[in-house]
Design a protein around this ligand. Structure first.
Ligand code: HEC
Ligand code: HEC
Length: 296
């Protein structure tokens, strides 16, 4: 019944099926497909024998290799707990320099510090600690109170102008509003301050700068220093660098001098554990590492 024959064009046998004069070629399955079929079948067989595979009611085929993911996970959890207990003890026992010298420990500290910072500090200082108007950039290496870990620890512990008994206190008085300086004097000293960080002055500012320098020496140097590089004993910022808390443009600098400034940094003693304070001090210190801060 079947009319098997060679197809004259391809030379293949035909299956003998024919529909409306079109005949089906009897092409064999390509070898490569067979190869993969056999390989995957063998792999599956090998896997069933070696690894846990088939459920058998209450138990399962365990495989010759005896591999058990539950055991692996249990071991990993135990190891992690041991490592954690261990790092907490070490951070509490070692001093800052010793902790810094231990790169593996610092990695854990910075990870924990990043999480603590995100939960408690980022609302004001930003996720990366770079601050914003009114909130200092902790990564700039320009410190109000000092950037070594011990000093940062103290700042975090007691806060600045906070409710803590030992709070750090600082205030920049309102020279303009309280009538200590005339409006023109505020503008003049603002121009002088802006020139210190190498900013471009307008022509009017440039003309006032000289008078501003004298006003500065009389009214400002006592806190900001004669060279205006600040005083960490008073929490008075460096005015000669390009890092600003409230802004370095003419309007912001005049506003700082006219109305004064007093930032409030909450205290964290009692709210965070001693371990967390120490971790944060190290973490904040390393935000600015490479800058002026972060060293012992
Ligand atoms: C409510 C806002 C706020 C929160 C929350 C806050 N800070 Fe501050 N922080 C400030 C302000 C404002 C200042 C600057 C105070 C000033 O201008 O005198 C400051 C200053 C600091 C300083 C001093 C920097 C220097 O230059 O000496 C450090 C360090 C610091 N904060 C760390 C932290 C850490 C760590 C946390 C989280 C545990 C935190 N802050 C949470 C507002 C905040
Ligand atoms: C009693 C000490 C004191 C005196 C005097 C003083 N300052 Fe300040 N000044 C500070 C402190 C402290 C801050 C930081 C305030 C803060 O961040 O809460 C500050 C901040 C500033 C800022 C803002 C800096 C920034 O990063 O945004 C400017 C500008 C400034 N002072 C200029 C002056 C000028 C100009 C004078 C003199 C007319 C002066 N200060 C006198 C203590 C003082």
């Amino acid at each position: 019944m079947a009319r098997e024959r060679h197809d004259p064009v391809t030379g293949q046998m035909t299956t003998g099926h024919e529909w409306n004069g079109i005949e089906e070629l009897d092409t064999p399955i390509p070898r490569v497909a067979l190869f993969f079929l056999v390989t995957t079948a063998l792999f599956a067989l090998g896997y069933w024998i070696l690894m846990p595979a088939w459920p058998l009611g209450v138990t399962y085929t365990r495989g010759l290799l005896g591999f058990d993911q539950r055991e692996v996970v249990t071991r990993q959890v135990d190891e992690a707990a041991a490592a954690r207990a261990n790092w907490v003890e070490r951070v509490m026992a070692l001093d800052y320099a010793e902790i810094r010298a231990d790169a593996a420990l610092m990695e854990i500290v910075n990870e924990a510090g990043h999480a603590l910072f995100g939960d408690n500090c980022a609302v004001c200082h930003g996720t990366a600690g770079t601050g914003g108007p009114g909130f200092p950039d902790l990564a700039a290496g320009a410190w109000l109170w000092g950037g070594d870990a011990g000093t940062i620890h103290e700042t975090i512990r007691v806060g600045i102008n906070s409710g803590h008994d030992e709070t750090r206190m600082s205030q920049m008085m309102a020279f303009g509003r309280d009538g200590v300086l005339e409006r023109d004097e505020v503008r003049a000293v603002a121009a002088y301050v802006r020139s210190l960080s190498g900013q471009d002055l307008s022509a009017t500012e440039a003309a006032r700068r000289g008078a501003g320098e004298e006003i500065f020496a009389e009214n400002c140097a006592s806190c900001h220093g004669e060279d205006a590089t600040g005083m960490v004993e008073l929490g008075a910022p460096n005015l000669a660098d390009d890092v600003w808390i409230y802004g370095g443009d003419a309007q912001s600098v005049q506003a700082s001098i006219h109305g004064g400034r007093q930032g409030h940094m909450p205290h964290w003693e009692g709210r965070l554990k001693p371990l967390d304070l120490k971790v944060l001090a190290l973490y904040v210190g390393s935000l600015a590492a490479g800058g002026a801060g972060g060293e012992e």
